[in-house]
Ligand binder design. Structure first.
Ligand SMILES: N[C@H](CCC[C@H](N)C(=O)O)C(=O)O
Length: 261
């Protein structure tokens, strides 16, 4: 079976995208997803997505993590599939699509490489010791640290993700170091089981955790630096609830390809 795919990346979080409307692939098994995402034996990606038709929305996003299992919401993946859908001519500059955590609105620049993606409203922010735990479409653990550039994100993130509290369902672990003009964030991602260059739901969770911590009330705009580039998170915070949440950043096509499976 010949499958066409495109490879996209958003701030270094990279994805395989398949237009399911055209694809002969009707069911995908987890092993094939894991093989395609593998960086030695496959195309290489942090996740794989299908773009599906939907009666009530411009399209539907179905996301798998690199380990082959269906994932929860992926923010950078969401931004990349918006760029993919625009390039396919599914919509022009604004879209409403459906993902695993519900409907999302997004807008994209005319050139198609800067995407502002609305994320779910968030109210519940818990604490685990000094860390914040919240769900922005995916579950996140946010810990503030010093000297993040030299932190062993892989081993420290892996230990938290696999501790007694989180082992069963897993969690994405985000470390943040506030800088004068931005937040520097590094993430150990569940389902990739490694550090990734960026995590969209992760930086959204970090910006919220920091706003709550510092009681930043009103319209909050947070520039973020990740290993793979720059992202921005905007929202309103009334001291209780985060609304009008937007994850903004680049989404670029890397190449188109074909494979026989
Ligand atoms: N990279 C993603 C997170 C994927 C979610 C996944 N790691 C999970 O917890 O299922 C993002 O940009 O939001």
């Amino acid at each position: 079976m010949n499958i066409k795919f495109s490879k996209y990346q958003g701030a270094g979080n990279d994805f395989i995208l398949i237009d399911h409307r055209m694809s002969p692939l009707k069911n995908i098994d987890n092993e094939l997803v894991a093989q395609l995402c593998h960086r030695r034996f496959g195309i290489g990606a942090d996740g794989l997505m299908f773009l599906l038709d939907h009666e009530d929305y411009d399209f539907e996003m179905v996301y798998y993590n690199a380990d082959g299992k269906p994932g929860s919401m992926c923010g950078n993946g969401g931004r990349c599939i918006v760029a993919f859908a625009k390039h396919l001519g599914v919509f022009d500059n604004e879209t409403n699509f459906l993902a695993v955590d519900g409907p999302h609105y997004a807008k994209i620049t005319a050139e198609g490489n800067w995407v502002e993606l609305q994320m779910i409203d968030v109210e519940q922010v818990e604490q685990d010791g000094e860390a914040f735990v919240l769900n922005t479409g995916s579950p996140h653990y946010v810990a503030q640290v010093e000297n993040l550039a030299s932190l062993d994100v892989f081993n420290q993130g892996k230990a938290i993700r696999n501790n007694e509290t989180y082992q069963a369902n897993g969690i994405n672990v985000n470390f943040v170091e506030p800088k004068p003009d931005r937040l520097f964030v590094r993430t150990f991602e569940r389902g990739v089981e490694d550090e990734t260059y960026a995590c969209g739901t992760g930086v959204t969770a970090v910006a919220m955790a920091m706003a709550k911590h510092q009681q930043q009330i009103g319209k909050v705009e947070t520039p973020i630096e990740v290993l793979g580039g720059k992202l921005q998170v905007n929202f309103n915070y009334d001291g209780q609830k985060f609304t009008d949440v937007f994850l903004c950043g680049p989404a670029e096509k890397v190449f188109d390809g074909e494979l026989d499976v």
